[in-house]
Design a protein around this ligand. Structure first.
Ligand SMILES: [Zn+2]
Length: 617
C-alpha cells in the first residue's frame, strides 16, 4: 500500500481495488512488457554498514580476508551510476532500534534496548528481542519475520544474508500495487560484522544482485530502478574485546545493581547483546557523584549525564577527568560547549573555527546545523546534539548516565556471558565516535549530502510510502499525548490528530483491517489479567514463564472521534473506575464480534505505575 507523499492519508481497501484497476490500465498503455506497476524505488536499510567501508568499496579496496587471502573488490561504483556515498551519523547510543526509529521519524521506543528501564513502572522490563517487532520493522514492505531465521542470523549470517537478498528481490517483483518506494530491512549485515565476516564480500554480492535486478527492471519498465541504501550506524571492527567490569566496579563503590530504584545507591543497568556503550538509570541526585566516578572505569572513553537541577544542561567527562558542560536551548535548538577543566571532546579547534565564522550568538550558543557542519568529520561527530538527544528524546525512558566505551572494550549481558564466548565476537557499535557512528546514504538517482539520523528523511520526501502496517495488521498499544508528541514525521493521520487528546491519561489504541467495515461504536471487548513471574529476574531470561491469574472484563465502545477518522483504528479512554494493582505486570487481550464470531485483535503485557494505571512506556 502506498501513502501519498506527506499527506499521510491512507488508501482504504475499496479505493485500493479501484486504484489497482486504474494502474493496470495505465501501465498497459505505458509498457507492453508488464501488466502492473512496480515500485519506482527500492529503499534498502542495511543494518550496520559503515561509511568508511562503503567509501573504500566504491574506490576499490585491497585487503586480506580471514583466511589470509589477498582480495581486491570494488562495488557500487560511479560507473554503475551510484553517487559518492554520504555519511549518515547515527544517534547516541549508535544502536539499531534507536537509530532506525529516528531515521524514519517514528515515535521513540520505550527504551534504547529491548530490555529497558521504565520510569513510570519503576522496573526493568524485558521484551523478547527475537519475537518482538518494532514499529520501524513493521513499516517495511519486507523484513525477515521468521524467528528461527532471525536466530540463525547470529550463527550463519552469510547464509541468512543470501536468504534476505533472495526474498527481497522475490517480494519486490510481486509488489505490483505500489507505485512509490519499496522498503526493506536487512539485518544480517550487522550480525555478520559482529561475527567478523567479510562485509566487503557481502556488499559486492549485493551489488551484483542489484545490477541484475536493475537490468531486468529496465527491460520491464523502460526506466532505471531507483536504489537507495541506508544504514543506521557504523561498526568499529575492533580485533578483540575486553569486557568492561562495570558491575563489580559499581558494587565496590557501594552501589546496588537493581531492577528498580528504591534508594539513592540503586542503579539499573539494562543490557542486551555485546555493545560498546552502557546506559545507567539512577536516582537523579546520584548523577553528580556517579559521572566522575565512572571516568575511572577501565574502558570508559566518555561519560555523559543530565544535570538533575538544570534539565537543559548536560555534562561530559573523559577518562582523564576533563569536564565540560553542554547547554541546550530547545526553543531554537542551539548548543553551547563550556569547558570546565581540559576539553573532553577535543572541540577547541571546532570552537575556534565557529568563532572565526562569527557563528556564536552573544550567549555563546550556535545552531545545531552549524555545529553539524563543523564536526561532521570529527572523531566525535555532532556530539553536542547527539548527547542531548540521547538523554532527552531518542527513547521514551532516557538514561541518567550514558557511557561511551573505548573501541576494544565491550559491555555484555548475562546471556552473552553465559551462552557465548566473547572471543567469537568481533566488532561492535553503540559508542559516540565516528567509527561506531558513521553509517551510509547511497543512491543511484541523485547526489546525497552528509547528514544525521534525524535529518536524512529531509532528503527523501520524509520517507513517504512506508508500509502502513496498522491498516493491514492487528494490534494495540497504550499511548499518551506526551509520548505521541515525540513522533517527528507524520506518517498517518493520528500522528497529527493526537494533539486533540486530553493532556493527561493513558489511551488504548487498537488497529485492524477488521475494524474498517464495522461501525465506529462496535464494542471492543478485553480481558485484563495479572501476570505472575516465576523466572529468576537476574537471569534476564528471554521468555519468562508467566502465570496468568484472575481476569477482569472491559468493554470499549465509544472511541474518541477525530476529524480525520481512520477506518482501521480506534482510540479509547480508560474506564474511570479502572484501578489496577500498582507496579504490577498485567496482560490485556482484546477481540471483537464480527459476522457472528469472535475475532482476536491483540494481546500484550504491560506494567502499571504507582497509581495503578497502565504505564504506556
Ligand atoms: Zn544496527
Amino acid at each position: 500500500m502506498f501513502l501519498g507523499p506527506s499527506t499521510g492519508k491512507s488508501v482504504h481497501p475499496g479505493g485500493n481495488v479501484r486504484r489497482s484497476v486504474f494502474l493496470v490500465l495505465l501501465t498497459l498503455q505505458i509498457s507492453p512488457f508488464t501488466s502492473l506497476a512496480l515500485p519506482k524505488r527500492l529503499v534498502l536499510g542495511l543494518d550496520g554498514v559503515a561509511y568508511r567501508d562503503m567509501k573504500a568499496l566504491q574506490a576499490g579496496v585491497t585487503y586480506t580476508n580471514n583466511w589470509g587471502r589477498q582480495l581486491h573488490r570494488q562495488a557500487f561504483t560511479l560507473a554503475e551510476g551510484y553517487f559518492p556515498v554520504s555519511r549518515l551519523v547515527s544517534t547516541f547510543p549508535s544502536t539499531s532500534d534507536v537509530a532506525w526509529t529516528d531515521i524514519f521519524g517514528d515515535r521513540p521506543l520505550p527504551g534504547y534496548q529491548r530490555t529497558y528501564f521504565s520510569v513510570a513502572a519503576n522496573s526493568q522490563i524485558v521484551i523478547n528481542g527475537i519475537t518482538t517487532t518494532m514499529e520501524h520493522e513493521s513499516q517495511m514492505h519486507w523484513e525477515m519475520e521468521n524467528n528461527l531465521m532471525r536466530t540463525m542470523g547470529y550463527v550463519y549470517p552469510v547464509h541468512t544474508f543470501e536468504y534476505e537478498m533472495h526474498e527481497t528481490i522475490r517480494n519486490f517483483w510481486n509488489d505490483t500495487d505500489n507505485d512509490g518506494s519499496y522498503y526493506v530491512y536487512v539485518r544480517a549485515t550487522d550480525d555478520a560484522q559482529h561475527l567478523d565476516r567479510d562485509i566487503f564480500a557481502m556488499l559486492s554480492r549485493l551489488d551484483g544482485q542489484l545490477q541484475a535486478m536493475r537490468a531486468r527492471y529496465q527491460k520491464h519498465e523502460g526506466r532505471d530502478l531507483q536504489i537507495l541504501l541506508l544504514s543506521d550506524h557504523g561498526h568499529n571492527h575492533a580485533d578483540s574485546f575486553k569486557r568492561v567490569e562495570i558491575r563489580p566496579f559499581l558494587e565496590k563503590a557501594g552501589y546496588r545493581i537493581a531492577e528498580s530504584i528504591e534508594n539513592p545507591k540503586d542503579v539499573v543497568l539494562p543490557t542486551t547483546g555485546i555493545e560498546d556503550w552502557v546506559e545507567i538509570h539512577n536516582a537523579p541526585a546520584a548523577t553528580e557523584t556517579l559521572v566522575p566516578l565512572l571516568t575511572h572505569l577501565e574502558g570508559a572513553d566518555l561519560v555523559t549525564g543530565r544535570d538533575p537541577d538544570q534539565p537543559n544542561r548536560f555534562l561530559v567527562m573523559n577518562a582523564k577527568g576533563e569536564r565540560a558542560d553542554i547547554d541546550w536551548n530547545p526553543t531554537n535548538d542551539t548548543y553551547r560547549y563550556s569547558t570546565e577543566t581540559g576539553d573532553p571532546l577535543g572541540y577547541r579547534p571546532v570552537i575556534e573555527a565557529l568563532a572565526q565564522k562569527k557563528l556564536f550568538g552573544a550567549d555563546g550558543f550556535a545552531t545545531a546545523d552549524d555545529w553539524m557542519a563543523a564536526t561532521m568529520t570529527n572523531r566525535y561527530p555532532l556530539a553536542l546534539e547527539r548527547i542531548v538527544r540521547g538523554h532527552t528524546r531518542v527513547t521514551l525512558n532516557p538514561a541518567t548516565i550514558l557511557i561511551s566505551l573505548d573501541n576494544g572494550y565491550a559491555h555484555s549481558g548475562w546471556l552473552m556471558q553465559r551462552g557465548a564466548d566473547l572471543s567469537t565476537f568481533s566488532s561492535t557499535h553503540g559508542a559516540l565516535d565516528n567509527l561506531n557512528s558513521d553509517g551510509i546514504v547511497l543512491s543511484n538517482f541523485g547526489p546525497t549530502r552528509d547528514t544525521s539520523s534525524h535529518r536524512v528523511a529531509g532528503q527523501f520526501d520524509d520517507f513517504s510510502g512506508l508500509r502502513n502496517f496498522r491498516a493491514e495488521d492487528n494490534g494495540a498499544e497504550w499511548i499518551t499525548k506526551n509520548g505521541q508528541a515525540l513522533t517527528r514525521i507524520a506518517h498517518e493521520p493520528f500522528d497529527r490528530d493526537y494533539t486533540l487528546l486530553p493532556k493527561d491519561g493513558v489511551f488504548l489504541r487498537v488497529w485492524s483491517p477488521q475494524l474498517t467495515h464495522l461501525d465506529l461504536n462496535t464494542p471492543v471487548m478485553a480481558t485484563l489479567e495479572k501476570v505472575k513471574h516465576f523466572s529468576d529476574p537476574q537471569s534476564q531470561s528471554w521468555t519468562p514463564r508467566p502465570k496468568v491469574v484472575l481476569g477482569r472484563h472491559l468493554t470499549f465502545n465509544h472511541p474518541i472521534s477525530f476529524p480525520d477518522q481512520c477506518a482501521y483504528e480506534r482510540i479509547y479512554a480508560l474506564p474511570p473506575d479502572l484501578i489496577l494493582k500498582p507496579q504490577t505486570e498485567y496482560r490485556i487481550s482484546g477481540w471483537i464480534r464480527a459476522q457472528g464470531k469472535s475475532v482476536s485483535l491483540f494481546e500484550f503485557n504491560f506494567y502499571t505505575d504507582s497509581q495503578g494505571q497502565p504505564a504506556a512506556y
